[in-house]
Every structure is written in C-alpha cells, then in structure tokens.
Design a protein around this ligand. Structure first.
Ligand code: E4P
Length: 218
C-alpha cells in the first residue's frame, strides 16, 4: 500500500519524507490556502522533495479552463498529478489530460458510480473521501470496499483507489484491509501510526534493565 501525505506544508513533507514512508503527496486548494504561499512555488518545492506523484488541483469548473489549468500545473514538474473534481467537466478534462500522458487524480468522489466514471475517464487515481462521508452519518469505508469490488470485477480498470479525507489511524487499517491502493494521510495521522503505549512502556523497561548491566554496545 502506498502512503501519500495530505499536506501543502513543504517543511512538514520534507520531515516526513526522511522516514522513507512517503510515496507521494496530495494537496487541495484549502491546504494551499493554509500555507499563505504562491501555489506554483509550493508545488515546485514539494515536487523536488518527493519523487512520487504530487496532486495539484485545478480550480476552474468549466472544461476548457480546467484543461488549460491542468496543462499549466502538469508543466511544473514531471511528477505532478492533476486533480480535477468529479463533475462532467472534470471527467472530460480527465480524459483529455490522461490521453496526453498526464496522470489525473479525480477528487471529491462520494459514490461507487462516480468511481466507475473516473475509471472510464482514464483517471490514474480516484479519491473517495471517507471522513466527509462519516461526518454525515454514512460509512466511508463501505464505499472503499464497494469500489475495490467493482474495480476488481474489470481487468481493464487501471485506476488506483486513493483513500482521502482520512481522520484517524483506524481509517488506514480499514483501508488496507479492503485492499485500497493508496492512503493519503494528514501529517498528524501518519505520525501516530508508529506510536503505541506498550512500545513506549516496553522500551523503558528494556532500557532500565540494560542500565543495570553496566554495559554499552558502543
Ligand atoms: C485529499 O486529496 C483530500 O483533499 C483531503 O484528504 C480531504 O480531507 P478533509 O476531508 O479532511 O478535508
């Protein structure tokens, strides 16, 4: 399973990339706005940190402008994946960009039928938002499971399921159990993955016993 970082904070991404766990990055207009920085500068910097796909979202809603934006974003670096919304204009743009060799991440996916459309439009990634579905009383992970089943029914589908809107470590475990291809993790959630109180307790006990021996390995 691939781990992407869901952030536009270049310093945070650099720090996490040093763990060797980061296979890509996803940004969205809200995350970029949170940095207060120029989008192109942020994108260039992130693409230089992580060699894997870096999603950059178009902000136009009509196909022609979205396509022009997508081409501009794709020209920033070879590892840019253009993000488009799951609308008819977005799907049309996805097809055009995919046909010209640009990877596209179709975002704001909230149903299995939408995910099927993204695959038919040639998307490299589809981003179903589990947390936002949970927020309105739906079961976000059930959607991931449904999309996995549907995509596996058709050998011709080559779209990766990128689980987005992850809010807690349990989402990652559930996504891995149903066989999602990618999870995009907010930095705070990624950092929590290695933490367990029994690890801390066990380590403290081992070190206390080790001190009693009076030995040093180095
Ligand atoms: C990533 O591609 C999405 O934009 C992001 O995961 C959305 O997360 P949120 O629902 O917590 O804003």
């Amino acid at each position: 399973m691939k781990f992407f970082v869901d952030s536009a904070d270049a310093d945070e991404i650099r720090d996490l990339a040093a763990t060797g766990m980061v296979d890509g990055v996803t940004t969205n207009p809200s995350l970029v706005a949170g940095t207060g920085r120029d989008f192109t500068a942020v994108l260039e910097e992130i693409c230089g940190i992580v060699p894997g796909p870096v999603s950059a979202e178009a902000t136009a809603t009509d196909h022609e402008t979205m396509l022009a934006e997508g081409r501009k974003l794709a020209a920033v670096a070879p590892n840019v994946a253009v993000k488009v919304p799951l609308t008819w204009d977005g799907l049309k743009t996805c097809r055009a960009l995919s046909d010209s060799g640009t990877r596209v991440n179709v975002t704001l996916c909230f149903s299995a039928n939408q995910a099927l459309l993204a695959a038919k439009a040639g998307a490299a990634f589809v981003s179903p938002f589990v947390g936002r579905l949970d927020d309105i009383g739906h079961d976000g992970m059930e959607l991931i499971s449904d999309i996995r089943t549907i995509y596996d029914n058709y050998a011709s589908i080559d779209t990766d399921i990128l689980v987005a809107s992850i809010r807690a470590p349990i989402h990652l475990k559930q996504a891995a159990l149903v066989g999602a291809d990618v999870a995009t993790l907010p930095p705070g959630v990624l950092r929590k993955l290695a933490v367990h109180p029994l690890t801390d307790k066990g380590l403290a006990a081992f070190l206390a016993d080790w001190r009693e021996t009076g030995q040093a390995i180095l």
